[in-house]
Design a protein around this ligand. Structure first.
Ligand code: DGL
Length: 284
């Protein structure tokens, strides 16, 4: 059953679908669970086809639709596109294909968080190649704050470092300095940097060491959770509102490649252990 087919309490009892190219979106799931403890979740990581960040917009859009279709087929009441790259290039497409299912991405919430955090209006965005190429963050930031000056930097190596478990220490710090020291030094008024990729929150310390204390780091996870909460309230879809709730914080995981790696690497991003029995291998 899809959200479109369900109604009332039955629909509110469905889980929230969350999709990412791999395990990085677990940083967003973590924020969602903490903000919405009564909700149930089903998370799909397209681990077999990661990274999305280096692929063309057409390919990412096709992959994103396939992944979303699996979640919709399982029965969800709302879809969160936790992947920045997929949000940047495929959000409108997904919203059209799966209407009237609410589809929420991470770019606009991340841009809103940056506009709220920056005093000077000079904002840096770091993301994958695909996200930077499309310019979605710049558009979203300027829509909310037209005078903002935005510089975007593709930091593709951060994804590999995070996946490898090398999020801290001298190698991560050297890579962060290489990408960011010049950008910060050339812009004395820069005071905010958006972690515009699911993988980057785990590198927060190495990135902060390169940018220094005057630059505030923001990510979209918490603001996305807030947007999801508002959307559920607006549509009368909150679990636990006169219903038994969808799963009281329960999560089911789907992965397109070996669950063993999902369990191992995913725990770093989720911030807690993942039970192998909770991860199902799926084919798209
Ligand atoms: N999930 C992707 C993003 O947030 C990062 C990993 C990838 O390139 O697939 O852009």
């Amino acid at each position: 059953m899809t959200a479109a087919q369900g109604n009332g309490a039955a629909q509110a009892d469905l889980p929230i679908g969350v999709f990412d190219s791999g395990v990085g979106g677990l940083t967003v799931l973590r924020a969602l669970r903490s903000a919405l403890p009564d909700e149930g979740f089903i998370y799909l990581g397209d681990t077999a086809r990661l990274p999305y960040g280096t692929k063309s917009g057409e390919t990412v859009t096709r992959y994103a639709e396939q992944a979303a279709r699996v979640l919709v087929g399982r029965g969800i009441k709302l879809l969160v596109v936790a992947c920045n790259t997929a949000s940047a290039v495929a959000l409108g497409h997904l919203a059209t294909v799966f209407a009237p299912l609410p589809v929420i991405g991470v770019i606009e919430p991340g841009a809103a968080a940056a506009c709220a955090a920056s005093v000077s209006g000079q904002i840096a965005v770091i993301a994958t190649e695909g996200t930077v190429r499309g310019g979605a963050y710049e558009r979203a930031i300027r829509a909310a704050r037209p005078a903002a000056e935005v510089v975007s930097v593709a930091c593709q190596l951060f994804v590999a470092l995070a996946e490898e478990g090398w999020a801290g220490g001298p190698i991560a710090e050297a890579v962060a300095r290489r990408y960011l020291a010049g950008v910060v030094a050339e812009r004395p008024a820069l005071d905010c940097l958006v972690l515009g990729c699911t993988h980057f929150p785990v590198l927060r310390e190495a990135i902060a060491a390169a940018t220094g204390p005057r630059v505030r780091l923001v990510d979209s996870a918490e603001t996305t959770a807030e947007v999801v909460r508002e959307c559920l309230l607006r549509s009368g879809l909150r679990a636990g509102q006169g219903t038994r709730g969808a799963g009281h914080g329960g999560v089911r995981f789907l992965a397109t490649d070996a669950p063993a790696r999902f369990v191992r690497v995913g725990a770093v991003f989720l911030g807690e252990a993942i039970a192998p029995a909770d991860v199902e291998l799926v084919d798209l």
